[in-house]
Design a protein around this ligand. Structure first.
Ligand SMILES: *Cc1c(COP(=O)(O)O)cnc(C)c1O
Length: 365
């Protein structure tokens, strides 16, 4: 049996109604900003539970634009996770500030107990990453944010509809960033991102920043970016958003199914599963003994397992100017040797999941 990692050919297989919507859209010629984008933003804000949503051209820009709003200066510091996807760091880097990393814990998110010691007068923002579909400990982080008056921009790109105590990812901080990239849980046919916020001023600034700072056709209020969400993709998004809840529920169901079986394999350790967290399993990761051999075995058996990631961002070549070295973030380092990601999305059949489990059992026996 083959178990592929990507499920995209299943996701848009039965989409005749979407093709119909797109045909009608193309006839309107309303290709930039426009009604479909307005609808998408309203639908998205409703889904997440914020006052506003602003479509931008990527999840990266959904992090960058709210940071831009904070008027950061060279020498300022922004705290983020040492084990995140490169885009978080790339977005912060574009502001010309110093990136301060914090190690993760076994939830794959920043260990919030390590943040306070990194805060100083130069700290101007914290970007927690709700990595893999987990949540950063936001109740704790918001206390620090209030104590030191430091704004939080949440990187919720992997955690759409994730929550703690029923409060969604992206709704805790000043703004939340989501990605609509084809590989994310809610995905359009190209790049795309969304900023959510309850802050009127930030919202208005985001609308300007994403569209060259144009207040209207003839008035440039500030210098911004070309970072609109493509309206064509907003049509795809409008088709997909009504299914968002079902998609995350199915992912959770499949992850629970895997958890139950993996729990019986002594060589596999599950990450913590806190009761008050809603984890949406963008990546289904477990800790495995003899990981490299297991990975090889699974691939031989047709299962496209992966490692997210073999080298944490803090140790990448591109960041060598920060002069970090192996061991600076020991939990992230330890994870690189033990983590394995299995295909476990909303389209996996029970047969596929059973095949993964029996393959892992065979490997250890
Ligand atoms: C995907 C991702 C991003 C950026 O999203 P793009 O839409 O690809 O620009 C940012 N942070 C994390 C953690 C991501 O996984």
């Amino acid at each position: 049996m083959k178990v592929k990692y990507s499920y995209l050919e299943r996701q848009f297989k039965d989409a005749d109604d979407l093709w119909e919507n797109l045909k009608n859209f193309v006839k309107t010629g309303d290709f930039t900003l426009g009604k479909e984008l307005d609808n998408f933003e309203r639908n998205f804000a409703n889904l997440i539970g914020t006052k506003f949503a602003v479509g931008v051209n990527s999840g990266t820009d959904a992090i960058k634009l709210p940071l831009k709003y904070l008027n950061l200066k060279p020498g300022d510091e922004v705290i983020t996770a040492a084990n995140t996807f490169v885009a978080t760091v790339g977005a912060i880097n574009e502001l010309g500030v110093k990136i301060i990393f914090v190690d993760c814990d076994d939830t794959f998110c920043m260990d919030v107990n390590q943040i306070e010691s990194k805060i100083n007068s130069k700290t101007k923002a914290i970007v927690p990453v709700h990595f893999t579909g987990y949540m950063t400990n936001m109740p704790h982080l918001m206390k620090l944010s209030e104590k030191y008056n430091i704004p939080i921009i949440e990187d919720a790109c992997q955690s759409i509809l994730g929550a703690i105590d029923n409060k969604n990812a992206g709704t805790w901080g000043l703004a939340g960033a989501f990605s609509l990239h084809p590989l994310k849980n809610i995905n359009v046919w190209s790049d795309g991102g969304v900023i959510v916020t309850n802050d009127d001023k930030l919202y208005n600034q985001m609308k300007l920043l994403r569209n060259h700072g144009l207040k209207d056709r003839d008035t440039v209020q500030l210098l911004g970016y070309n970072s609109r969400l493509d309206t064509f993709q907003a049509v795809v998004g409008n088709w997909l958003l009504p299914k968002a809840k079902e998609i995350s529920d199915k992912r959770i169901e499949n992850a629970k199914y895997m958890d139950r079986s993996f729990d019986e394999i002594p060589e596999i350790k599950l990450p913590p599963r806190p009761q008050n967290y809603r984890m949406v399993f963008h990546l289904y990761i477990v800790f495995a003994e003899n990981r490299d051999e297991l990975l090889k075995y699974c691939i031989e058996k047709g299962i496209e397992a992966k490692v997210h990631y073999p080298i944490p961002i803090y140790r990448q070549e591109a960041l060598k100017h920060l002069k970090h070295k192996l061991g600076d973030f020991p939990v992230s380092d330890e994870h690189t040797k033990k983590i394995i990601t299995f295909p476990c999305d909303q389209h996996r059949t029970k047969e596929e999941l059973d095949y993964i489990i029996s393959t892992v059992k065979n490997f250890y026996s």
